[in-house]
Design a protein around this ligand. Sequence first.
Ligand SMILES: O=C(O)CCC(=O)C(=O)O
Ligand SMILES: [Fe+2]
Length: 347
Amino acid sequence: MSAARPPEGNRIEGREAEGTNMSYALHELTKESRMGAVGSEAAREVRVIDLSDFERRHAEIADQLWDAAVDVGFFQLSNHGIALDKVRGAFAMTERFFALPDAVKARHPLKKGLNAGWESRAQVRPSTGTPDQKESYQITRPHMEGLWPGEETLPGFEQTMLAFEAQAWSVAMRVLSCFAVKLGFAREFFTAAHDPSQPDYQSTLRMLHYFAVDPALRDQLGLWRAGAHTDFDCLTLLFQRSGQGGLQLLPGKDMDSQAWTSITPADELITCNIGDMLMRWSDDQLPSNFHRVKNPAAHEYQGARYSLAFFAQANRSVVIDSPSAKYPSITAGDFLQQRIAANFKKY
Ligand SMILES: O=C(O)CCC(=O)C(=O)O
Ligand SMILES: [Fe+2]
């Protein structure tokens, strides 16, 4: 497989970025703000990687993951070890949570910069300039004080979602162990960097509810369930439901084509993508990729869409050292802060 070519706007030479991390953030913003067009559709193969018999097949799976990641950038996992009833249980809780009145959810507002809590129509992507047509609730373990709805409001919610977060973390660490080996790091390098027992843990489970289309806004141009963006993290695991499509991807190397590929969701698969943090950590060998969730077209299902995203983001104090000194070192905390600041209009 040929070496990955990073997205045009993301190629920052070491010297250019030196001394200031801001130039990196600005590049990201400029890149995103060019991505608002509807574009066209293109068929691309989104590979399904089978994780069964993981220990014995580690080297083989690592090769497959690497090829899929540098090629199309998105891939799906089968036989990932999370039982289907656990995935469905997490979705059932997600629906119950979002069915609570806004006034109840508003008691648990998003904490500024911490990826924890509830927001509604507050995320404005640089690519669109309009709020995503969604609400979300984020779980980041060290920052949940005051954010749980409580047993009396939603019995079993905290326990179910924390157990699911732990399972998603395990799958993410397995995938990252494969990338670690391919990058020449120790196999558990990324597991140590995403340590949930530390107070500076900042991996996040995000519950997402994209609103059913308001008939008055049907087909309104310029509205997106999620505007085009790359993720900030190392690796994203996306749990989506069969029949609730809309996610589209655009590999960075094809950015100029604006030809997007729709991903077919399935309850038993996890859709994965590389984020900006791992792109930087790999000196751009592993590219992050643009993706978005489109509003349904007039002939498509107009109902609500739910998804669950686990963002593996290295603990705040972990230093991202560029393997070939292409980029200056930066802590994972500083790296993430820059990206969050560019994406929310309010908290
Ligand atoms: O809901 C989805 O399918 C995608 C969500 C997403 O891309 C995100 O939250 O970063
Ligand atoms: Fe995303």
